[in-house]
Design a protein around this ligand. Structure first.
Ligand code: S3P
Length: 445
């Protein structure tokens, strides 16, 4: 995917209270995984609620190019007929993952366990992101990098292992992408593949592998870590996957409802897997009124209805061990922190430097151009909340959907409007964001 369209700026200005009920789109992490496991399974996988954003659509195309039959059968409804574990074929053309690190890295893991060769590519943002963290364990398992850019970057050609070797891999970072890539490669290996992570990262791959028929055991390792073991060469059976609403997308209307005076917003079906809910814990510590009801767990992942009311927020300290459970939410938390009274210190944010953009630098810039005092100290971000945000700045979005949405949320309550240079990348994860925020009462023009 290339965004060759001219940039599309947008301005967000304070309006009346936000109100109404919405369902944000399907979870991005689960959507990618449903397509990839469907492509590796025998028989049909039926998915409902799939996120039809550009990132996930690129994964769907890649799975088709690797030999699966992927069909859209209705709005958010998809059918995948897989090749079976190890059954991918070499694609005829490079696989283009656009802006998506998750789609690309998980697909690399799946390809690494098959005797095929595939070229992985993406947009300028993805081409700048580190891939060595994935390639190191995949090479230990027998995959080979046939060609790549500087430092193992995209475009990259990976030759999958003819006889993949199961490994015990101790990951240096708590990354669900690394864990998932190793487990997906381990599907084709005889024996048990184990990943040990220093802190627990999102566990959707493990849960979904079990749902498709694989044997996966997850145990504690140390104070915050986990040890996940997969028995290789299972027969994966096509399954039904119901995708809950994405908590990382829900984060934007939730923070907007908290900072716009007198707002009262309801969000349905928000996934509440504890490895994804660090933001909600933090916002509650800051004094946010977020009520959960209608809790359900009938489809493999817990979900609930959220009612969010405008709240007076105060600064807090966010501990580093919480980072994996809210890694994509620090940008919008920084916005909430700017509207709070007092200092918010977010610790241990080194992973933010290697996301769709350098999110530590980009978040600090977003706040500074809008008159908020912020400091980066080592891997920590410190935001000085003054109860209001002057606004009036133009925010550079750096091909990063979450910077774009965070800045627009900031503008819903700032003294002067906040402008972003481009809305284009919002479509990677939340195509309906702008119309949905307008339906809730935001003034975006
Ligand atoms: C994701 C994992 C996270 C997150 C990304 C989605 C996933 O990355 O930032 O948006 O679906 O596995 P890391 O696990 O590399 O931190």
């Amino acid at each position: 995917m290339t965004h060759s369209n001219p940039p599309n700026p947008l301005e967000s200005r304070a309006a009346g209270p936000l109100s109404g009920q919405v369902r944000v789109p399907g979870d991005k992490s689960i959507s990618h995984r449903a397509l990839i496991l469907g492509a590796l399974a025998v028989g049909e996988t039926r998915i409902t609620g799939l996120l039809e954003g550009e990132d996930v659509l690129n994964t769907a195309k890649a799975m088709a190019a690797l030999g699966a039959t992927v069909e859209r059968t209705g709005e958010g409804a998809w059918s995948v007929r897989g090749t079976g574990v190890g059954g991918f074929r070499s694609p005829d053309a490079p696989l283009d993952f656009g802006n998506s690190g998750t789609g690309c890295r998980l697909a690399m893991g799946a390809v690494a366990g098959c005797p095929v060769e595939a070229t992985f590519d993406g947009d300028a943002s993805l081409r700048s992101r580190p891939m060595r963290r994935i390639l190191d364990p995949l090479e230990l398992m027998g995959a080979r990098v046939a060609a790549c850019g500087d430092g193992g970057r995209l475009p990259l050609t990976l030759a999958g292992a003819r006889d993949p070797v199961p490994v015990v891999y101790r990951s240096p970072v708590a990354s669900a992408q690394i864990k998932s890539a190793v487990l997906l490669a381990g599907l084709s290996a005889p024996g048990v593949t184990t990943v040990i992570e220093p802190e627990a990262s999102r566990d959707h791959t493990e849960l979904m592998l079990s749902h498709f028929g694989a044997e996966v055991v997850s145990e504690r390792d140390g104070a915050h870590g986990r040890r996940i073991s997969l028995t290789g060469q299972p027969e994966l059976h096509g399954a039904t996957v119901v995708v809950p609403a994405d908590p990382s997308s829900a984060a934007f209307p939730i923070v907007a409802a908290l900072i716009v005076p007198d707002s009262d917003v309801v969000l349905s079906d928000v996934m509440t897997n504890l490895l994804r809910t660090g933001l909600f814990t933090t916002l509650r510590e800051m004094g946010a009124s977020i009520e959960e009801s209608d809790e359900r767990n009938d489809t493999g992942e817990p979900m609930a209805r959220f009612r969010v009311r405008a709240s007076r927020l105060r600064g807090v300290i966010v501990p580093p061990e919480r980072a994996p459970s809210m890694i994509d939410e620090y940008l919008v938390l920084a916005v909430a922190a700017a509207f709070a009274e007092g200092v918010t210190t977010m610790r241990g944010l080194q992973e933010l430097r290697v996301k769709e953009s350098d999110r530590l630098a980009a978040t600090a810039d977003m706040l500074r151009v809008n008159g908020v005092e912020v400091e980066i100290s080592g891997d920590d971000m410190i935001v000085v909340g003054k109860g209001h945000v002057p606004g009036g700045g133009l925010v550079a979005t750096h091909m990063d959907h979450r910077i774009a949405m965070s800045a627009l949320v900031m503008g819903t309550a700032s003294d002067a409007p906040v402008k972003i240079d481009d809305t284009g990348f919002i479509a990677t994860s939340f195509p309906d964001f702008v119309p949905m925020m307008r339906r809730l009462g935001a003034d975006l023009a």
